[in-house]
Design a protein around this ligand. Sequence first.
Ligand code: NAP
Length: 475
Amino acid sequence: MAQAEIGVIGLAVMGANLALNIAEKGFPVAVYNRTAETTARFHANAGELAGRVTPCATLAEFVAAIRPPRPVIIMVKAGDPVDQQIALLRPLLSAGDIIIDAGNANFRDTIRRFAELDGSGLTFIGMGVSGGEEGARHGPSIMVGGAAQSYARVEKVLTAIAAKYRGEACSAWLGPGGAGHFVKTVHNGIEYADMQMIAEIYGLLRDGLGFGAKEIGSIFGCWNEGRLNSYLIEITAAVLAAGDARTGRPMVDVILDRAGQKGTGRWAVIEAQMMGVPATAIEAAVAARSLSAMKDEREGAEALYGANSLRLDAGDRTKFVGELELALLAGKVAAYAQGFAVMATASKEFSWNLPMATIARIWRAGCIIRSQFLDTIASAFQSPAQPANLLVAPQFVTLMKEAHGPLRHVVSRSTLAGAPVPALAAALAYFDSYRQGRGTANLIQAQRDFFGAHGFEREGEPGTFHGPWGNPPSA
Ligand SMILES: NC(=O)c1ccc[n+]([C@@H]2O[C@H](COP(=O)([O-])OP(=O)(O)OC[C@H]3O[C@@H](n4cnc5c(N)ncnc54)[C@H](OP(=O)(O)O)[C@@H]3O)[C@@H](O)[C@H]2O)c1
């Protein structure tokens, strides 16, 4: 067999499917897994693609099987296992070879790994891969960070295996260093917000309107035909339609309301905070998952304070369902605006020069947040006058003018009834704060100067000023 075009280390869900995807697109691929039986089993189950797969029992065999300069995708458990794998691999590689970490790395680890390989002759790529198992097998969205010349060596393979949106590959080099993993982190933060807002709307349909899972599924199914059309809305309709084989009840009704998280949403929020960029809808979504985990405490508190009283009259229903659709759309615009603002600031801070329109384009297929909505975002960033924020992009101003009223109504109604809608409420508060020309920070500045002599700016006059704070106004 010809030498492999690329190698994959780690044959759990993601690595195995990525390797099959590579082989299916016609590229010979070498594979290795720490536990050798997994490699053998993978090869035995590769079916007609087995001929393009070289299973390797040792790392030395694996390295020898790849055409130099060797691109090696590491798809093992994120964190220390990646460093351990790099340490074992490094002595076997030669100058020019490319180590590609395709797992969910924290971009700060990616930057450190770059630094550690500096001067070794090896190059490094930090590559965000989205789309889960299905994406890895049939076309993920691929966010690449690293040296542009290393990307040139793997571009053909990555373009071939990536998802396609109207024929365009959802894979791109986004910038040097940790750019790819940073963008993947923000992608996941946006994903958290998107999912949380959908769950909040589901809660209002369930508790406020008393709809069953099947009816709610149909509503999401209808919305998927309109402006909310997206993978997450589509799968929401599908999961709500599914039944439990054991009880016959809707599957969603037998699932405990305790959500897990692996940390990428939290990383997005931490980085936003570090840079001073408001990402409140994403933050609310991460906090909501943490609160969901406190099931016993929540039940105890409900016994003390009583359950929410969200009940809507039958007459209201059709109107309210229409408002929910628009509220979700408005909340989504605000959450995406926050995610893109986080990336814009990071781009400046790390000198990445992130291509915003390209990022929106490579998220249109293959990843969890894929939607037609991203096409509109891409067009907003494609215009010569780059918007400072998606909320002021002409493509979204008209939409927000139509949808912020319904969002306001949904949030107020839920809030008055005690039904939590933290991400939708955060999105609304962000929108209202962002479009408030004169805010209230003048008082904050006065307080800061009062207790700490921090100084303040005066309207229409340059410079820094201080109180006096004992004088009453004379005018
Ligand atoms: N699953 C998803 O939907 C998804 C989606 C996007 C991104 N990701 C990311 O993709 C990466 C892989 O995910 P996954 O779900 O396929 O696998 P995983 O469960 O995160 O990790 C299992 C793989 O890592 C290997 N491994 C663990 N510790 C190791 C070590 N110290 N040295 C070498 N290999 C080690 C395992 O080898 P053994 O067989 O020997 O134990 C196995 O191949 C992760 O970073 C994950 O966060 C996952």
